[in-house]
Design a protein around this ligand. Sequence first.
Ligand code: ADP
Length: 171
Amino acid sequence: MARITLVRGDITAQRVDAVVNAANSSLLGGGGVDGAIHRKGGPEILAACRELRASHYGGGLPTGQAVATPAGRLEARWVIHTVGPVWSAREDRSELLASCYRESLRVAGELAARTVAFPAISTGVYGWPMADGARIALRTVREASAESVEEVRFVLFDEAAYEVFAEAADA
Ligand code: ADP
Protein backbone atom coordinates (compact mmCIF):
# COMPACT_ATOMS: atom_id res chain seq x y z
CA MET A 1 0.00 0.00 0.00
CA ALA A 2 1.20 3.52 -0.78
CA ARG A 3 2.50 5.76 1.98
CA ILE A 4 0.21 8.74 2.51
CA THR A 5 1.86 12.03 3.36
CA LEU A 6 0.39 15.47 4.08
CA VAL A 7 2.24 18.69 3.33
CA ARG A 8 1.25 22.30 3.44
CA GLY A 9 2.28 23.99 0.21
CA ASP A 10 1.79 24.73 -3.45
CA ILE A 11 1.08 21.76 -5.66
CA THR A 12 2.90 23.35 -8.60
CA ALA A 13 6.18 23.20 -6.62
CA GLN A 14 6.09 19.46 -5.95
CA ARG A 15 8.80 17.21 -7.31
CA VAL A 16 6.79 14.07 -8.00
CA ASP A 17 6.07 11.83 -10.98
CA ALA A 18 2.48 13.03 -11.32
CA VAL A 19 0.61 16.10 -10.14
CA VAL A 20 -3.18 15.87 -10.06
CA ASN A 21 -5.08 18.89 -11.34
CA ALA A 22 -8.52 19.85 -10.06
CA ALA A 23 -9.58 20.69 -13.61
CA ASN A 24 -12.92 21.59 -15.07
CA SER A 25 -14.53 19.56 -17.80
CA SER A 26 -13.47 21.93 -20.58
CA LEU A 27 -9.82 20.98 -19.93
CA LEU A 28 -8.99 24.48 -21.09
CA GLY A 29 -7.92 25.91 -17.76
CA GLY A 30 -9.62 27.80 -14.96
CA GLY A 31 -8.87 29.30 -11.58
CA GLY A 32 -7.37 27.84 -8.40
CA VAL A 33 -5.13 24.80 -8.83
CA ASP A 34 -5.94 24.62 -12.53
CA GLY A 35 -4.82 28.19 -13.21
CA ALA A 36 -1.67 27.76 -11.14
CA ILE A 37 -0.68 24.54 -12.95
CA HIS A 38 -1.15 26.06 -16.41
CA ARG A 39 0.65 29.28 -15.45
CA LYS A 40 3.66 27.52 -14.05
CA GLY A 41 3.68 24.50 -16.38
CA GLY A 42 3.42 26.60 -19.52
CA PRO A 43 1.72 26.11 -22.89
CA GLU A 44 2.67 22.47 -23.43
CA ILE A 45 -0.02 21.37 -20.98
CA LEU A 46 -2.76 23.39 -22.62
CA ALA A 47 -1.73 22.17 -26.07
CA ALA A 48 -2.00 18.55 -24.88
CA CYS A 49 -5.38 19.29 -23.29
CA ARG A 50 -6.63 20.78 -26.57
CA GLU A 51 -5.55 17.64 -28.41
CA LEU A 52 -7.35 15.45 -25.88
CA ARG A 53 -10.49 17.51 -26.33
CA ALA A 54 -10.30 17.16 -30.07
CA SER A 55 -9.54 13.42 -30.04
CA HIS A 56 -11.58 12.08 -27.12
CA TYR A 57 -13.47 14.64 -25.09
CA GLY A 58 -15.36 16.90 -27.46
CA GLY A 59 -18.14 17.09 -24.88
CA GLY A 60 -15.66 17.72 -22.07
CA LEU A 61 -14.06 15.34 -19.58
CA PRO A 62 -16.89 13.86 -17.49
CA THR A 63 -16.97 14.48 -13.75
CA GLY A 64 -15.12 11.77 -11.83
CA GLN A 65 -12.85 10.77 -14.71
CA ALA A 66 -9.11 11.42 -15.12
CA VAL A 67 -6.69 11.82 -17.99
CA ALA A 68 -2.95 12.54 -18.22
CA THR A 69 -0.84 15.04 -20.16
CA PRO A 70 2.85 15.93 -19.96
CA ALA A 71 3.69 18.38 -17.18
CA GLY A 72 5.50 21.05 -19.21
CA ARG A 73 7.83 23.06 -17.01
CA LEU A 74 6.59 21.63 -13.70
CA GLU A 75 9.01 19.45 -11.76
CA ALA A 76 6.83 16.48 -12.55
CA ARG A 77 6.48 14.18 -15.53
CA TRP A 78 2.73 14.22 -15.89
CA VAL A 79 -0.32 16.18 -14.93
CA ILE A 80 -3.38 14.02 -14.29
CA HIS A 81 -6.47 16.13 -14.90
CA THR A 82 -9.61 15.15 -13.06
CA VAL A 83 -12.96 16.89 -12.78
CA GLY A 84 -14.41 17.07 -9.30
CA PRO A 85 -18.13 17.41 -8.61
CA VAL A 86 -19.59 20.73 -7.55
CA TRP A 87 -20.81 20.45 -3.94
CA SER A 88 -24.55 20.01 -3.58
CA ALA A 89 -26.51 20.10 -0.33
CA ARG A 90 -29.43 18.34 -2.02
CA GLU A 91 -27.66 15.50 -3.79
CA ASP A 92 -24.95 13.15 -2.49
CA ARG A 93 -22.08 13.38 -4.97
CA SER A 94 -19.50 11.67 -2.75
CA GLU A 95 -19.09 8.77 -5.13
CA LEU A 96 -18.05 11.16 -7.91
CA LEU A 97 -15.47 12.76 -5.63
CA ALA A 98 -14.14 9.33 -4.63
CA SER A 99 -14.00 8.45 -8.32
CA CYS A 100 -11.66 11.40 -8.98
CA TYR A 101 -9.12 9.98 -6.52
CA ARG A 102 -9.60 6.39 -7.69
CA GLU A 103 -9.38 7.20 -11.40
CA SER A 104 -6.39 9.50 -10.92
CA LEU A 105 -4.56 6.68 -9.12
CA ARG A 106 -5.53 4.24 -11.83
CA VAL A 107 -4.05 6.57 -14.47
CA ALA A 108 -0.95 7.03 -12.28
CA GLY A 109 -0.59 3.25 -12.18
CA GLU A 110 -0.85 3.04 -15.98
CA LEU A 111 1.97 5.58 -16.18
CA ALA A 112 3.98 3.58 -13.64
CA ALA A 113 4.18 6.72 -11.48
CA ARG A 114 5.74 6.17 -8.07
CA THR A 115 4.88 9.51 -6.46
CA VAL A 116 1.59 11.36 -6.90
CA ALA A 117 0.56 14.74 -5.47
CA PHE A 118 -3.14 15.55 -4.96
CA PRO A 119 -4.83 18.82 -4.09
CA ALA A 120 -8.03 18.77 -2.03
CA ILE A 121 -10.26 18.27 -5.07
CA SER A 122 -13.57 20.22 -5.17
CA THR A 123 -12.87 22.10 -1.92
CA GLY A 124 -12.20 25.46 -3.59
CA VAL A 125 -14.46 27.04 -6.19
CA TYR A 126 -16.57 23.85 -6.24
CA GLY A 127 -17.53 24.41 -2.61
CA TRP A 128 -17.05 20.99 -1.00
CA PRO A 129 -16.70 21.20 2.81
CA MET A 130 -13.05 20.54 3.66
CA ALA A 131 -13.63 17.98 6.43
CA ASP A 132 -15.86 15.83 4.25
CA GLY A 133 -13.54 16.23 1.26
CA ALA A 134 -10.61 15.13 3.42
CA ARG A 135 -12.48 12.08 4.73
CA ILE A 136 -13.40 10.95 1.21
CA ALA A 137 -9.91 11.62 -0.14
CA LEU A 138 -8.12 9.66 2.58
CA ARG A 139 -10.53 6.75 2.62
CA THR A 140 -10.48 6.36 -1.14
CA VAL A 141 -6.72 6.54 -1.45
CA ARG A 142 -6.28 4.00 1.37
CA GLU A 143 -8.60 1.59 -0.39
CA ALA A 144 -7.48 2.10 -3.97
CA SER A 145 -3.76 2.62 -4.30
CA ALA A 146 -2.25 1.59 -7.64
CA GLU A 147 0.56 -0.92 -7.74
CA SER A 148 3.39 1.35 -8.86
CA VAL A 149 2.48 4.16 -6.47
CA GLU A 150 4.70 4.34 -3.39
CA GLU A 151 3.71 7.77 -2.11
CA VAL A 152 0.46 9.68 -2.29
CA ARG A 153 1.08 13.24 -1.14
CA PHE A 154 -1.80 15.53 -0.27
CA VAL A 155 -0.71 19.12 -0.81
CA LEU A 156 -2.81 21.49 1.26
CA PHE A 157 -2.69 25.12 0.37
CA ASP A 158 -3.24 26.66 3.77
CA GLU A 159 -2.77 25.78 7.41
CA ALA A 160 -6.51 25.28 8.00
CA ALA A 161 -6.78 22.70 5.21
CA TYR A 162 -3.66 20.97 6.48
CA GLU A 163 -5.09 20.72 9.99
CA VAL A 164 -8.37 19.31 8.72
CA PHE A 165 -6.55 16.62 6.71
CA ALA A 166 -4.27 15.80 9.65
CA GLU A 167 -7.29 15.35 11.90
CA ALA A 168 -9.07 13.17 9.32
CA ALA A 169 -5.94 11.06 8.91
CA ASP A 170 -5.86 10.39 12.65
CA ALA A 171 -9.55 9.58 12.93
P1 ADP B 1 -12.19 22.97 -7.31
O1 ADP B 1 -12.76 23.72 -8.49
O2 ADP B 1 -12.07 21.47 -7.57
O3 ADP B 1 -12.85 23.31 -6.03
P2 ADP B 1 -9.90 24.72 -6.72
O4 ADP B 1 -8.65 24.80 -7.49
O5 ADP B 1 -10.79 25.90 -6.68
O6 ADP B 1 -10.64 23.41 -7.27
O7 ADP B 1 -9.57 24.32 -5.22
C1 ADP B 1 -9.22 23.05 -4.74
C2 ADP B 1 -8.36 23.18 -3.49
O8 ADP B 1 -7.03 23.49 -3.87
C3 ADP B 1 -8.79 24.30 -2.54
O9 ADP B 1 -8.72 23.79 -1.22
C4 ADP B 1 -7.75 25.40 -2.77
O10 ADP B 1 -7.52 26.15 -1.59
C5 ADP B 1 -6.53 24.58 -3.10
N1 ADP B 1 -5.50 25.26 -3.91
C6 ADP B 1 -5.58 26.38 -4.66
N2 ADP B 1 -4.41 26.64 -5.26
C7 ADP B 1 -3.54 25.65 -4.88
C8 ADP B 1 -2.17 25.34 -5.14
N3 ADP B 1 -1.43 26.11 -5.92
N4 ADP B 1 -1.63 24.23 -4.55
C9 ADP B 1 -2.39 23.43 -3.75
N5 ADP B 1 -3.68 23.65 -3.48
C10 ADP B 1 -4.25 24.76 -4.03
